[in-house]
Ligand binder design. Structure first.
Ligand SMILES: [Ca+2]
Ligand SMILES: [Ca+2]
Ligand SMILES: [Ca+2]
Length: 229
């Protein structure tokens, strides 16, 4: 009659411990498995992203190749009113469209450029020659134009080429000779402009520094680049 009702809380402590140990073991196993699954999932995601990026790169290269194949080189050596001859890979320049640059000038974007590699001149004489030709010593307005000029120079690799900028009026105050405007874009070589021996007032693109900009004595005869718009 007075039989004692068994209370679960009266269970021996060691049983609880055994239960806790079992639970811990299960939890560790689950965590371990979950961790492996998570790592595998991350690895798969990274692989997918890598494959997608590679596909995009391949697609970009393919599109660029097709565009270059059909559009010809990035610059045109044109003659007014005369169609370009057919090259190995099709027409050079715009198909059937009269080019706006005179013979001997190279078209890029909205300008024509005259590269004088052989008949080298002082900066002042080069400027005068460009004016005689109806243009000016090249004014580099931005990185794209700068890139084009450097790329084209590398086809002949002169030691340097004059560009139309000078600080001869006031030291360290560089202006373009075409419109007397200040520099808005620059691509100086390391340590330039240094006005060495207090005698460097004219700018050139210099081969030894990958055709980056250098101030140099204006009286040296160098290749030069004219621009016409
Ligand atoms: Ca320009
Ligand atoms: Ca100077
Ligand atoms: Ca210099």
């Amino acid at each position: 009659m007075n039989e004692r009702v068994e209370n679960v809380y009266d269970q021996p402590m060691k049983d609880h411990n055994a239960s806790n140990n079992d639970y811990s073991t299960l939890t560790e196993a689950w965590n371990s498995k979950h961790g492996e699954l998570y790592k595998a999932s991350m690895k798969r995601d990274r692989l997918m992203i890598f494959l997608i990026v590679m596909q995009l790169i391949c697609l970009s290269v393919a599109v660029a190749s097709i565009v270059m194949y059909f559009s010809g080189p990035i610059w045109n050596k044109g003659v007014v009113g005369i169609k370009e001859p057919m090259g190995d890979k099709g027409p050079l320049g715009d198909k059937g469209k009269p080019l706006s640059c005179l013979n001997g000038w190279v078209q890029f974007m909205s300008s024509c450029y005259y590269f004088q590699f052989n008949n080298k001149k002082t900066w002042g004489a080069a400027k005068d020659d460009c004016h005689t030709k109806g243009g000016f010593l090249v004014k580099i307005d931005n990185a794209v134009e700068n890139w084009f000029l450097k790329t084209y120079l590398k086809t002949e690799s002169p030691d340097s080429a004059w560009i139309g900028d000078t600080d001869s009026q006031r030291e360290s105050s560089f202006v373009w000779e075409s419109d007397n405007s200040p520099l808005t874009y620059t691509d100086w070589a390391p340590g330039e402009p240094n006005n060495e021996f207090n005698n460097e007032d004219c700018l050139q693109l210099r081969k030894r520094v990958d055709y980056k900009w250098n101030d140099y004595p204006c009286t040296y005869s160098r290749s030069y680049i004219c621009e016409k718009q």
